[in-house]
Design a protein around this ligand. Structure first.
Ligand code: COA
Length: 384
């Protein structure tokens, strides 16, 4: 059986103080349904990706909460896997259709973060780490700073190369009407921004964001040309605690999920023309490009710095055309779904100024915590 993404929608990401989670969800789900050319009563189940509604929003019954507010009253599930919640929800939705239980389901990724105090948000995000990491006060910027230090030590990666990831992703975000940051950066500006966790500056970090995205998954699309086929959906996990990993110059869960995904899709890393990867910090994009097998270990930072993944550069493939988490924003539970929205737009050739020419295969890569969960999807268009 083939499975497709038939409809997509996203809200702008950013500080959306005047909208509730309910209205964010209603907006994207209704638009995704229209985009798929179906009616609300065609949706047989709802999968919600969210991380923080319990800790920050005091709402712990999110499946029913949204199926009720959307007026659907279908089987509804909250799927949680830290910042990979959206990707995991899509994975579960795809499996539910592949199982034959449902024909058409909806995936909603949604998060409201900016209504809360920054220290409460940081503490809630730290819930994705191990008890030991939390007890030692290690927040996510600190954990990724450790990974960055290992990479710099082992492969000679420089702070300028880290900064070039942020510069590229803000450039792509400047062409995305839904992005949180549309301002262009320079390497100097990144290096002059305040230090958050050495060597990561403020402009090496993804921001705190609000936003929602939705996709419709189906085995029977009404508009086959408009629908984009899901060739692979895979998940892997690793130790929660980075101190227990055998190697800190890679995210092993990404490597495992990617290997399974390429096998499912029957393609190789070199076949992919457009990727949305999890750049929660600049080092994370460098690790992703190596662990996804796009570049050899130790080679991604130079390639990114040389413009090999940048839309206006001499690119081999384009990475994070949406602006990624860095430029587009990172409402954690929505991110994995927004990545799918961007790749679908790219493969439909409807990405406007961000369009990557002739893209046939696209990949999304969504990570939870410091790499304890990784989700990889590979999508394909049948257009020539
Ligand atoms: N990129 C670009 N600009 C940013 C930014 C970011 N990541 N974070 C904040 N800003 C901007 C704000 O818009 C603001 O600009 P303004 O003065 O023009 O309004 C300014 O920088 C200060 O913002 P503020 O909200 O005071 O920042 P902060 O110091 O409270 O938070 C971080 C900055 C980097 C600590 C915070 O964004 C953060 O914790 N990011 C990581 C989130 C995370 O861990 N996610 C999970 C990943 S696994």
């Amino acid at each position: 059986m083939n499975v497709y993404i038939a409809g997509v929608a996203t809200t702008p990401f950013g500080e959306l103080w005047d909208v509730s989670p309910r209205s964010l969800a209603n907006d994207v789900v209704n638009r995704a349904i229209r985009d798929a050319g179906i009616e609300k009563n065609n949706i047989e189940a709802l999968f919600v990706g969210n991380m923080l509604s319990g800790m920050l929003g005091r709402q712990e019954h999110l499946g029913a909460f949204f199926s009720d507010s959307l007026g659907m009253h279908v089987p509804a599930f909250k799927v949680e896997g830290a910042c990979a919640s959206g990707g995991l929800a899509a994975h579960m939705a795809i499996l539910s259709v592949l199982s034959g239980q449902y024909t058409t389901v909806c995936v909603l990724g949604v998060e409201k973060m900016t209504d809360h105090k920054p220290e409460d948000v940081s503490a809630a995000l730290a819930g994705a780490g191990s008890d030991e990491e939390r007890m030692s006060g290690a927040t996510f910027p600190a954990l990724y700073a450790l990974l960055a230090r290992v990479h710099m030590h082992r492969f000679g990666t420089t702070q300028e190369q880290l900064a070039s990831v942020a510069v590229k992703n803000h450039f792509h975000a400047s062409m995305n009407p839904n992005a949180q940051f549309k301002n262009l950066l320079t390497v100097e500006k990144v290096l002059q921004s305040s230090m958050v966790a050495d060597p990561l500056h403020l402009l090496d970090c993804s921001p705190i964001s609000d936003g929602a995205s939705a996709v419709i998954i189906t085995s029977k699309p009404s508009h086959p040309i408009h629908a984009i086929q899901v060739l692979a959906s895979s998940v892997a996990t690793d130790t929660l605690d980075i101190a227990r990993r055998s190697s800190l110059d890679e995210l092993r869960a990404t490597r495992i999920a990617a290997k399974k995904a390429y096998t499912q899709a029957g393609i190789l890393p070199k076949d992919i023309q457009v990727l949305e990867v999890h750049d929660c910090f600049t080092i994370a994009e460098i690790l992703a490009m190596e662990d996804l097998g796009i570049y050899e270990k130790g080679k991604a930072a130079k390639a990114i710095e040389e413009g090999k993944t940048r839309l206006d550069g001499d690119f081999d493939r384009v990475v994070n055309s949406s602006g990624g988490l860095k430029g587009c924003g990172h409402p954690v539970g929505a991110t994995g779904v927004k990545q799918l929205v961007e790749i679908v737009e790219q493969l439909r050739r409807s990405a406007g100024k961000r369009q990557v020419p002739n893209a046939r295969y696209g990949l999304t890569h969504n990570v939870g915590g410091s790499g304890a969960t990784a989700v990889v999807h590979i999508l394909c268009t049948n257009r020539q």
